[in-house]
Design a protein around this ligand. Structure first.
Ligand code: ATP
Length: 458
């Protein structure tokens, strides 16, 4: 790849998709067979980024709170769960087909002028009537091939229900009482009618959900509190706040269970889209599970004369894979770095927060020879215990910096001849491209400091 890049303008989905593939963030699933719609594979940089986003969310949502604990529930749940939750009956999208070109659409996403005339947005052909299409993936469990309904089981379409059905187990085993929360990260599956915009809407994805159980009457206060906290979470990650906004669900959008609901939306290259939902789910979930399971899921309030109540639930529900796409878009930048004799030189840089960057620090020997590579390897070995590290010794140093910029590595350590003489190294900052010289012995503590103090400026 040439060091000289031509400026192409701001982030577009094409650029993000192509960078993601070229650098090994995300590949199309089963690409050699022509790809599988709605499914994507996370490559070496992608899986690191995804894991780090997940760990960061986990820290923010569990470790920093006394009263929030974690759960990893099974993807396969008792089918009654989905009757109780309302998914069997209500988790449907309105589907229409074009009789001419056979394209398939969600009726609620067709442009109004096409919807009014019932014509295909792609070819102008006639559309079928609206059919309800359930988004849950249905399969069978056990050695049965027949249509025996008793063997039907679903891949969970959300992680939340695993939390609700475990709420009593967790409350008792962890000696918790409302208000308290349960957090979970895991896969969810939806048979989405339209999957486009890269990993934005997929059939297999991951969610990061936290369900907060509160006393009825305190729900509005907690709902507002969690809205504030979730906004602050994105600010802390350095996300451009002018690319974030709230969207309150109107009466026509509000789910059957919700008392109030807001989405945090992000300005993706294709427009404002939902990133996370913060919902006041009332006592709907636990009431329904009580009804369908026959188990008493009320809380006995010993601080209030043993009065019983069904907790209200405040939900914060974010997509992990959608957050990854958001961070790729938000971090993406093309920056003019030099004027090379009439031709401008641009670098592509991902300005990830060090808390989530796939590689925090890369170690680069100036040359392979004269013992510099061995020395760099030694420094790398020391750092990798505490940091997500990379090592690169191939090619010109400038080109290697660019490669790290494009992977979003916030810090590079360069090992040169002076390192051999006086054990000092160069620390290079991704965002400013500034370099400082410091003793090798101070490197780790300086990195910890820089990570903690990081503020995005560009
Ligand atoms: P939509 O109405 O857009 O289909 P939703 O409002 O049903 O989505 P939720 O059920 O609230 O979405 O899901 C919570 C979060 O999970 C979303 O904010 C999103 O980040 C993520 N999510 C939901 N569906 C998908 C999907 N198909 N692919 C990727 N992420 C998803």
């Amino acid at each position: 790849m040439s060091e000289l890049q031509t400026y192409q303008g701001p982030a577009t989905m094409e650029k993000i998709t192509s960078l993601a593939k070229r650098r090994g963030f995300v590949f199309q699933s089963s690409e050699i067979y022509g790809g599988q719609n709605g499914a994507w594979d996370y490559g070496p940089l992608g899986v690191e980024l995804k894991n780090r986003i997940a760990r960061n969310w986990w820290k923010e949502m569990t470790r920093l709170h006394d009263e929030i604990v974690g759960l990893d529930a099974a993807i396969l749940m008792h089918p009654r769960t989905w009757e109780a939750s309302g998914h069997v009956e209500n988790f449907t999208d309105p589907l229409v087909d074009c009789k001419k070109c056979k394209a398939r659409f969600r009726a609620d996403q067709i442009p109004p002028e096409c919807a009014a005339e019932k014509k295909c947005p792609e070819c102008g052909g006639e559309l079928t009537g609206v059919r309800k299409f359930n988004l849950m993936f249905k399969t069978r469990i056990g050695p049965v091939e027949s249509d025996d309904d008793s063997a039907v089981i679903y891949l969970r379409p959300e992680t939340a229900q695993g939390i609700y059905v475990n709420y009593k187990n967790i409350m008792q085993s962890s000696r918790l009482k409302p208000p308290f929360g349960i957090a979970q990260i895991g896969k969810a599956f939806r048979n989405e009618i339209v999957t486009k915009n890269f990993i934005f809407r997929t059939c297999e994805f991951e969610q990061m959900e936290m369900q907060y159980f509160v006393k009825p009457g305190t729900d509005v206060e907690w709902f507002n509190e969690w809205r504030k906290r979730r906004w602050a979470y994105y600010e802390k990650l350095g996300v451009k706040t002018d690319h974030l906004r709230w969207h309150q669900h109107g009466a026509d959008e509000l789910a059957h269970y919700a008392k109030d609901a807001y989405d945090i939306e992000y300005l993706f290259p294709m427009g404002w889209k939902e990133l996370e939902g913060v919902h006041n789910r009332s006592d709907y979930d636990l009431t329904r599970h009580t009804e369908y399971s026959g188990k008493d899921l009320q809380y006995i309030d010993q601080d209030d004369g043993n009065k019983e109540y069904t907790p209200f639930i405040i939900e914060t529900s974010a997509g992990l894979t959608r957050t990854l796409l958001m961070l790729l878009c938000d971090a993406y930048d093309e920056e003019k770095v030099a004027d090379k004799g009439g031709e401008d030189d641009y670098r592509t840089v991902l300005r990830f927060h060090p808390a989530v960057a796939p590689v925090t620090v890369a170690v680069l020997p100036l040359q392979k020879k004269d013992g510099l590579a061995e020395l760099a390897r030694d420094i790398h070995a020391e750092l990798r215990e505490d940091f997500a590290t990379g090592y690169d010794q191939g090619g010109a140093i400038g080109r290697r910096y660019r490669r790290q910029d494009e992977a979003g590595t916030p810090f590079c350590v360069t090992v040169d001849y002076e390192t051999k003489e006086n054990s000092s190294v160069t620390l290079r900052f991704r965002d400013s491209m500034e370099q400082v010289r410091l003793p090798r012995a101070e490197l780790a503590s300086r990195l910890f400091q820089e990570i903690k103090a990081y503020k995005r400026t560009k």
